[in-house]
Ligand binder design. Structure first.
Ligand SMILES: *Cc1c(COP(=O)(O)O)cnc(C)c1O
Length: 500
C-alpha cells in the first residue's frame, strides 16, 4: 500500500514515509492509493476478535511496509489497561432503545484524542526505523487544549523523541492547563505562549517552514514532525473503533447479519467522521454518517449546499474542541469522492485560502448527500440535551457528545429512520465539568466554586467516579513554568533541546 498527496504530487510514498513526514511536500494530505476492503471470509474471525486483534487487522491492511511484529509492538504498547481504564478500550453503552454511545474517552487524558495519540508515537518511531531515520524526532504541537495533553501522554519517555507543546497562556481551561503543566516524562516540554491560539499555531507553522530552523535541527541530530490530524498516523487508528463498535453489536446480537448501522460524530476538523467514512468504504456495514457541528456550523452548510464558506463569525462555544472554521480533513473526503481529482481539490483549497470559500459541483454534492446527513446544536440546545438525557436515561454526556445527540434527535424526527445508531462520545463529562454541571445542577449550588470544586460536586451528585486523569490534578506538582512570546518560540525550542 502506497500513499499519494491530495494535491497531485507525483511521488507515491510508503506508509512509514507518510507518517514521519506528516504532510506532503506540495501541502496536500496523504491518502492511501486504494482503500483496502475487508474480505468476506474475514468476518467470521473478526466477530471473535478483541479490540487489539481488530487493531492489528486494520493496521495490517494499511501499513504494508510494517512487519506483523512491528504492528503488534505498536498495538500492544498503546491499547492495554495500564493506559485505558476499560478492558474493551472503546466500550459501547446502550443509552436507550436502539441508540448506543461509543465511549472514546477511557484513555489517560479523558478525550478521544487518546485513541490515536496513544499509538502514534509507536507508529512514528517504527516508521523512523523502517526508513532508516537516525535523527531524533522533535514533535512540535500548538494546542487549544485536548491535543497537547494527549500528545504529551503519548510521547512521554518515548526513546528517540522530544515533544514540545505550546499553549496560549490565557486560552485554555483550568483543567487543560493543569493537565499539561503537571506532565511528567524525560523528553517533554510545555511552554505557555503570551498570545492566543492563533499566535501559538502560527509560531509553530513558522518554525516548520523555516529552513534555518530545519538546518539547526539537523546539526543537533533532530528532525521536526507533527502530531495533529493532518498526519495519516492519527487518522488510521480511528478507523479501528468503528469496526469494533459494529463487531460489539453483532457479538451481543443487537443486530443481525446484513443489518446496517448509523454513526453520528461530533466534529470540527472532519477527522473523526472521516475515519468512519474509511471504515464504511472498507465494508463495515454503515448506512448513514451523521455530521454534528456546534454553532460554528460551516460543515452543516457545506453538506446541505455544497458551498464551503469560512467568512463568518467565529463562536466560542461550550464544546470548544469543535470551534473550528477550517476543517482540514475535508480535503481528503473531496479527493476520495472526486475519484482522486487532484486538480479540482487543489483549486478548491486555493480558493479557500485566497477567497475564504469554494463550491463543489452537483455530482460531488449528490455523492456527499447520499452518505452524509448534517445538523448542528447551539449552546442552549447542547445543555438541554445533557439535562434531558441525564433525567431520562441517567446517562451523563459531555458537551461535545451532547451536540451529536441533539443532531441525532433532529435526524430521527425528520427521517423516522430507526436504524441502530452509534454516537461517538468524544470526552468524559468531567473534562468539561462546569458546562456539564450547569446543565444538571441548580445554579445556586455552583456560585463561587472553582473548577475543581465543581468536579467534586458533579461526582457527588451523579455518583460517578472522577477519572484518574482528572482526580489528582489539583494536588500534582507543577513541573513546567516556561513562558515566551510568539517571537521567542523558535529560540525556546532550541534552548529546550539543548537541555535535553
Ligand atoms: C478534537 C475533539 C473533537 C473534534 O474532533 P475532529 O478531529 O474535529 O473530528 C470532538 N470532541 C472532542 C472532545 C475533541 O477533543
Amino acid at each position: 500500500m502506497r500513499y499519494l498527496s491530495t494535491r497531485g504530487d507525483e511521488r507515491l510514498v510508503s506508509s512509514a514515509r507518510a507518517i514521519t513526514s506528516g504532510i506532503a511536500p506540495d501541502g496536500g494530505l496523504y491518502v492511501p492509493e486504494q482503500i483496502p476492503v475487508i474480505n468476506e471470509e474475514d468476518w467470521a474471525s473478526l466477530l471473535t476478535m478483541s479490540y487489539q486483534e481488530q487493531a492489528l487487522y486494520i493496521l495490517g491492511k494499511y501499513l504494508s511496509d510494517f512487519s506483523i511484529d512491528q504492528c503488534q509492538h505498536c498495538v500492544q504498547g498503546a491499547y492495554h489497561t495500564g493506559n485505558f481504564d476499560h478492558a474493551d478500550i472503546a466500550p459501547l453503552f446502550n443509552i436507550r432503545d436502539h441508540i448506543y454511545s461509543l465511549e472514546l474517552w477511557h484513555g489517560p487524558t479523558c478525550a478521544f484524542k487518546d485513541m490515536a495519540l496513544q499509538i502514534l508515537p509507536y507508529l512514528m518511531t517504527t516508521s523512523a526505523a523502517i526508513i532508516g531515520e537516525s535523527n531524533d524526532i522533535v514533535i512540535l504541537v500548538a494546542t487549544s487544549g485536548d491535543t497537547g495533553k494527549a500528545a504529551l501522554e503519548g510521547f512521554q519517555n518515548v526513546d528517540g523523541t522530544h515533544i514540545i507543546v505550546f499553549f496560549p497562556e490565557e486560552g485554555v481551561s483550568e483543567v487543560q492547563k493543569r493537565q499539561m503543566v503537571t506532565q511528567q516524562g524525560n523528553n517533554v516540554h510545555v511552554v505557555a505562549v503570551k498570545g492566543n491560539f492563533d499566535d501559538a499555531q502560527n509560531g509553530v507553522k513558522r518554525i516548520f517552514g523555516d529552513v534555518v530552523c530545519q538546518q539547526r535541527m539537523q546539526q543537533r541530530g533532530c528532525k521536526m514532525s507533527s502530531a495533529n490530524s493532518i498526519n495519516w498516523g492519527r487518522l488510521l487508528p480511528q478507523i479501528i473503533y468503528y469496526l469494533s463498535a459494529y463487531v460489539n453489536l453483532r457479538k451481543n446480537q443487537r443486530i443481525q447479519v446484513g443489518e446496517k448501522i448509523n454513526v453520528v460524530v461530533p466534529t470540527g476538523n472532519f477527522g473523526n467522521i472521516l475515519a468512519a467514512y474509511y471504515a464504511r468504504e472498507m465494508g463495515v456495514p454503515i448506512q448513514r454518517l451523521i455530521c454534528a457541528s456546534n454553532a460554528n456550523n460551516v460543515l452543516t452548510q457545506f453538506i446541505h449546499s455544497g458551498t464551503y464558506d469560512r467568512r463568518r463569525p467565529f463562536h466560542k462555544t461550550i464544546s470548544p474542541s469543535m470551534d473550528i472554521l477550517i476543517s482540514s480533513n475535508l480535503e481528503r473526503l473531496l479527493f476520495e469522492l472526486s475519484e482522486h481529482d487532484d486538480v479540482a481539490v487543489r483549486g478548491w483549497m486555493e480558493k479557500l485560502s485566497q477567497q475564504g470559500h469554494y463550491q463543489v459541483d452537483d455530482e460531488i454534492l449528490q455523492r456527499i448527500q447520499s452518505i452524509f446527513w448534517a445538523g448542528f446544536a447551539d449552546d442552549d440546545q447542547t445543555q438541554a440535551t445533557i439535562r434531558q438525557v441525564w433525567q431520562q436515561d441517567a446517562y451523563l454526556m459531555d458537551t461535545h457528545t451532547a451536540v451529536a445527540m441533539h443532531v441525532y434527535e433532529d435526524y430521527l424526527h425528520q427521517t423516522g429512520d430507526n436504524t441502530v445508531t452509534v454516537i461517538a462520545s468524544t470526552a468524559s463529562p468531567f473534562k468539561f465539568a462546569s458546562s456539564v454541571a450547569a446543565a444538571i445542577i441548580d445554579s445556586a449550588e455552583l456560585v463561587g466554586k472553582n473548577e475543581f470544586d465543581i468536579i467534586k460536586l458533579l461526582a457527588l451528585k451523579t455518583e460517578m467516579a472522577i477519572p484518574a486523569g482528572i482526580r489528582d490534578l489539583e494536588q500534582k506538582p507543577v513541573l513546567h513554568h516556561q513562558v515566551c512570546t510568539p517571537q521567542e518560540m523558535a529560540s525556546k525550542v532550541f534552548e529546550l533541546i539543548e537541555i535535553a
